[in-house]
Design a binder for this molecule. Sequence first.
Ligand SMILES: NC(=O)c1ccc[n+]([C@@H]2O[C@H](COP(=O)([O-])OP(=O)(O)OC[C@H]3O[C@@H](n4cnc5c(N)ncnc54)[C@H](OP(=O)(O)O)[C@@H]3O)[C@@H](O)[C@H]2O)c1
Length: 285
Amino acid sequence: MTIAITGATGHLGRLVIEQLLARGVDPSTIVAGGRNEEVLGRLAAQGVRTARMDYADASTLDDAFAGAEKILLISGNEAGQRTVQHKAVIDAARRVDATLVYTSAPKASTTSLVLAPEHKATEGLLEGSGLTYTVLRNNWYTENYDDTIHQAVSTGSILTGAGGGRVASAPRRDYAEAAAVVLLSDDYAGEILELGGDEPWTFDELAATVAEVAGTPVAVDKVSVDEHVAALTRSGLDEGTARFVAALDANIADGALAGSDGTLSRLIGHPTTPLKQYVGELLGR
Ligand SMILES: NC(=O)c1ccc[n+]([C@@H]2O[C@H](COP(=O)([O-])OP(=O)(O)OC[C@H]3O[C@@H](n4cnc5c(N)ncnc54)[C@H](OP(=O)(O)O)[C@@H]3O)[C@@H](O)[C@H]2O)c1
């Protein structure tokens, strides 16, 4: 079976390939697609087949997907362009009638999460595609908070607009493992899987965890949306980006990322990486 992976040059894609190889998949049956030639070269050195893949050039998708039975569509990273890009991938997948696995967002079809509309649109395209597919609705990556954690240690505080909202995050490696499990099975065809960490945490809990691991006090500064936007623009973000980031925290405050039903840990066969372990690894403690 040949498995083609889009976004294979990105953080998640590289981890999915690691997970497939760790499960004994023959590297010559993996096609890793992306634009970054240097990373493609590193993947080729692992024995994986590589393909220069650009969502804007359908011929690169056709070349990469030739003979593929499964395709992992890792959502793109250009907000505003993603629905068109994902449509190009879905159309190419239809031309080879591959089974498609797509990385989406929590409760994409019903959530008010500001970044969900492109994921909802992509899920809609999949529904109308006639393809066999599985949706992995990945919650936040814990890595999203690497800077927050480092700053908490250096400044002794965390600023958040998320109030008491919970985040069911997990490190990318846990989601990558789930993607590998799903790609290597036919049991999840037609399923929409909500994936997140076992223990959704609040920012107070994040601060307490960092404080415990680093051995230094960490306070939480809870701010309103307007205060958050002002703080973010003061730190150098343009207003549009600041409003987007503040809206995401407001989504968290409203519970958009709080859900976790254990599907991720059941899929990967072990608990998701605990926050304390993650923080310890990040800080080298
Ligand atoms: N759940 C979360 O917390 C969270 C956080 C951030 C992002 N995400 C989503 O999850 C995805 C994967 O995360 P990640 O950390 O692996 O992101 P990433 O490191 O930014 O990787 C994105 C991948 O998409 C590829 N790509 C982007 N535009 C492309 C195009 N026009 N044509 C072909 N390939 C293109 C990139 O290829 P090249 O580098 O080779 O150009 C790269 O391989 C992101 O793209 C985003 O949709 C989720």
